[in-house]
Write a protein that binds this ligand. Structure first.
Ligand SMILES: *[C@@H]1O[C@H](CO)[C@@H](O)[C@H](O)[C@H]1NC(C)=O
Ligand SMILES: *[C@@H]1O[C@H](CO)[C@@H](O)[C@H](O)[C@H]1NC(C)=O
Ligand SMILES: *[C@@H]1O[C@H](CO)[C@@H](O)[C@H](O)[C@H]1NC(C)=O
Length: 286
């Protein structure tokens, strides 16, 4: 009897700790509810004209009613003007690629970036592929765990705490890693990432990336080297990996994450790839 109860409890525990992912399907408009949850099914139906479906979070689908009127769009992004060599620059008017904003007492001036091995004082002063560390341009992601560094881009792992490079945290298994719970989302330093449902027909779940996974490091390096537009898009993809690639396309007009992703890609083409938006980076990182 005891054994039976014990086995039952064990089974029960295993059962509740596994993530359940609903099947998400899209239909033509039927009623005033744009997201309906019917047992283990999520049904999305776009709202009719003159109303809208309030934006929802892909990670947390809840029932949602269509709302009369026009949705106001809080995402306000602009193309920024990039400054040329010897022009004045600052955070909101950065320099063209291969130049950095050398800070002086009054204003910044766009100066050519330093090469590997040259001396430097500012974090973004070194050419792409290198980083300013201890006043010298060194290769990106080159300092071993346990050694001091000035920034995470200098650390091999891309992770720094209190000025010391940490051990790499790389996902165990092929990306994207399928999962049933966070325990399946292990990494080389033993930290677990979150197992999240990808809204779609199959009801599958995947692990979020760890901080030393390639897509994470590449995004950080792009932003750091001044390629803010591509860096921002890459970072957004990495932080939401693999939802943006795998979630059902039909959700893209109302899912917050997919709308933002769409918007970023639009901006990349309208601003000819040379855009920035500090506000957007803050938004993404928040
Ligand atoms: C999911 O969304 C609901 C309603 O918007 C909210 O109350 C809840 O806190 C959210 N849960 C998570 C885990 O974000
Ligand atoms: C480091 O820089 C090189 C040269 O730009 C680049 O090819 C490489 O992808 C960078 N490393 C990472 C992990 O981003
Ligand atoms: C995660 O991986 C680490 C390193 O390989 C290992 O020591 C640890 O036991 C694993 N943890 C889990 C929960 O699988």
């Amino acid at each position: 009897m005891f054994v039976v109860i014990f086995t039952f409890i064990l089974l029960f525990l295993t059962f509740v700790s596994a993530l359940f992912c609903p099947t998400v399907i899209c239909r033509e408009h039927m009623m005033d509810q744009c997201i309906q949850i019917v047992e283990d099914l999520v049904i999305y139906t776009p709202c009719p004209d003159s109303s809208y479906c309030p934006d929802f979070n892909l990670y947390n689908l809840t029932s949602q009613q269509c709302v009369e009127g026009v949705e106001d769009n809080p995402i306000d992004l602009k193309c920024l003007e990039y400054k040329e060599k010897n022009d004045e620059c600052d955070l909101s008017s950065p320099c063209i690629p291969n130049f950095y904003c050398a800070l002086t007492e009054n204003a910044g001036i766009c100066k050519p970036k330093k090469k590997l091995g040259e001396s430097c004082t500012q974090f973004n002063e070194c050419a792409s592929g290198s980083v300013c560390d201890s006043k010298k341009c060194i290769p990106n992601f080159s300092i071993e765990a346990g050694k001091p560094a000035d920034s995470k881009v200098a650390c091999k792992s891309g992770i720094i705490r209190s000025g010391i490079c940490k051990k790499p945290s790389i996902s165990i298994g092929e990306l994207p890693v399928e999962c049933k719970s966070n325990n399946d989302c292990n990494s080389t330093d033993g930290t677990l990432s979150e197992c999240v449902c990808v809204p779609g027909l199959k009801g599958q779940a995947y692990c979020r990336l760890h901080n030393s996974d390639k897509p994470m490091l590449q995004a950080v390096e792009l932003i750091y080297s001044g390629d803010i537009m591509d860096g921002t898009i890459s970072l957004y993809e990495a932080l939401n990996y693999p939802l943006l690639q795998y979630a059902d396309e039909c959700l893209k007009n109302d899912a917050k994450e997919m709308k933002m992703y769409q918007k970023l890609k639009e901006l990349k083409s309208t601003c000819e790839g040379r855009l920035l938006g500090l506000s957007i980076i803050l938004l993404i990182l928040s």
